[in-house]
Design a protein around this ligand. Sequence first.
Ligand SMILES: [Zn+2]
Length: 143
Amino acid sequence: MLGRLARWLRIMGFDVEYAASSLSDTEIIEKCKSHDLFLLTRDKELHSRYLPSMYFTSQDHREQIRQFLSTFTVDKNLVFTRCTECNHPLENRDTADLKGNIPEGVRERFSTVLYCSKCGKFYWEGDHYDKIVQFLRGLGIEI
Ligand SMILES: [Zn+2]
């Protein structure tokens, strides 16, 4: 339910796991307790059962991000350090070694790209990147 929020928080560098829809409320709480996780939820009952949590009423991801940032601060050194798909930390890869793995145009423009060794996704500063930076600056995040 908070998938877009989760992706944006990962872009900002927060360590965000996503609860599988197959998990019951009790299983979610047990997982949070055993891994010392802070829970983000749109489920008021779940929120009341596990206090290190934030309850969201808005369905709009921008509102959700603002609410989150009223409590948590972005460390700008951590922005763009996590995979938005799977939360794994990203690493730098030299584009010279990536022939056939990424578009030739990207290899020509950049000497390094970011890579997720868990899911195999590559990230570079394309048009999408500029929109992300604008969005974050619109939220008052200096990057
Ligand atoms: Zn990944």
